[in-house]
Design a protein around this ligand. Structure first.
Ligand code: FEO
Length: 390
């Protein structure tokens, strides 16, 4: 992506990654991603806000060279390498530059990138620095999504450079969210995959930026938001304790018995007017699955038994759910076994981070018979009753 002025005296100098398909070897990127970096040439000093993934360093360098500026400050809002990985090369090319960051980020950058101590200027929470005619304010926003994360506010332009906070994994030639319909689903997917475990921290950090007069939010992934109110309000929704009466059913079936149970439960819930989202764990898009957990009330885990435990696909997904801590209220476990099962006990142990009420579990030997199907109807009744009373 070429350098572009986003508004008076502020340039986009980042990079689009149309081809990247996975992040952290875990998160699929159906729309690619971007590594947004911004340049603010002030009257006296010039600041670069974050850099790009090391794979794209050449694009950042090209943009900077075209603008023919010197760089005095490299602001590092977050040490993860997709934003910091080009810093060593930029320091080589612009030896007069220093890295402005918080003490936590500084330590991580020293560990990850071997940046020497004398290349840093540590800043404090709320500290401001002048570029001459422009002022940057640094606000520490820990745990969105690492302990080092902070945001940078450009007072004169009312731009909040938020790094991962409010980001979306999306490569697009358009700079602004209001030009593209798919941004907000992409932002929700991003929230589900990265931010969901940190709801209390997000709440604190939203309060911290609440008194800033923000015209534009410029994240380091995906399009910019101008105005920024819509994405802030969506975050407020996602972190609230309110849930939707949706039932998410991640399932695996080896020989069809668990599938019969799932199909029956789906039908039974639909007949009761509930929104149901089944996900076949062997074929699903993990991002869609995690998005469904952002505001669902109920999770029904359906799995066959493998050597007395849950199917490994079930186990790996419940491990992830436990890490991401969605605001679920109710969980039920059901499945089929051949000769013995400890599935319920093992899954409940694995979901120890969730503060949920467990509904009646259903464990069936072999293919479900009529009596078993009636137990599934009773579970649907139980879910309906809980949803109606909450
Ligand atoms: Fe986009 Fe936490 O890095």
């Amino acid at each position: 992506m070429p350098a572009r002025m986003i508004e008076d005296g502020v340039y986009y100098v980042g990079s689009l990654d149309w081809d990247r398909q996975m992040f952290d070897e875990l998160i699929p990127l159906p729309q690619g991603t971007s590594y947004n970096s911004y340049l603010i040439p002030g009257r006296d000093k010039t600041a670069l806000i974050d850099t790009v993934d090391p794979e794209k360093t050449h694009e950042l360098l090209k943009n900077l060279q075209e603008l023919e500026v010197k760089i005095d400050y490299i602001v590092s809002n977050h040490a993860e390498q997709d934003h910091s990985g080009s810093i060593p090369v930029i320091l080589d090319e612009y030896p007069e530059a220093v890295v402005l960051t918080n003490p936590k980020c500084k330590e991580l950058l020293k560990n990850f990138l071997f940046i020497p101590e004398d290349k840093f200027k540590a800043i404090g929470d709320g500290e401001k620095i002048s570029l001459g005619d422009k002022t940057l304010e640094f606000i520490f926003t820990p745990w969105v999504h690492w302990p080092d994360t902070m945001v940078t506010y450009l007072e004169q332009n009312k731009i909040l450079f938020s790094c991962d906070f409010f980001g979306s994994h999306m490569a697009t030639s358009q700079l602004y969210a209001h030009e593209i319909d798919e941004v907000y689903p992409a932002a929700k997917r991003y929230y589900a995959e990265l931010m969901m475990p940190f709801r209390p921290s997000i709440k604190n950090n939203l309060a911290k930026i609440n008194n800033l007069d923000i015209n534009t939010i410029a994240p380091s992934h995906g399009p910019l938001y101008s105005p920024g109110d819509k994405i802030i309000n969506l975050y407020k929704d996602w972190i609230s304790d309110e849930t939707l009466n949706h039932v998410v059913i991640p399932y695996v079936s080896m020989h069809g018995s668990t599938r019969v149970m799932v199909d029956h439960l789906v039908e039974s819930l639909i007949k009761r007017g509930l929104v149901v989202k089944p996900f076949n764990l062997g074929q699903m898009d993990p991002g869609e699955f995690l998005m469904s957990l952002v505001d669902a009330s109920t999770l029904v885990i359906a799995s066959p038994t493998v050597l007395t435990g849950p199917h490994p696909l079930t186990f790996s997904n419940t491990y992830l759910i436990n890490l991401l801590r969605p605001k679920l209220k109710y969980v039920a476990i059901m499945g089929s076994f051949g000769w013995g099962s400890r599935m319920e006990e093992l899954l409940k142990d694995q979901l120890s981070n969730l503060k949920v009420e467990y509904l009646n579990s259903i464990s069936i030997k072999g293919l479900p018979n009529q009596e078993d199907l009636e137990k599934i109807d009773a579970l649907a009744d139980e879910i309906l009753q809980r949803h109606e009373s909450s």
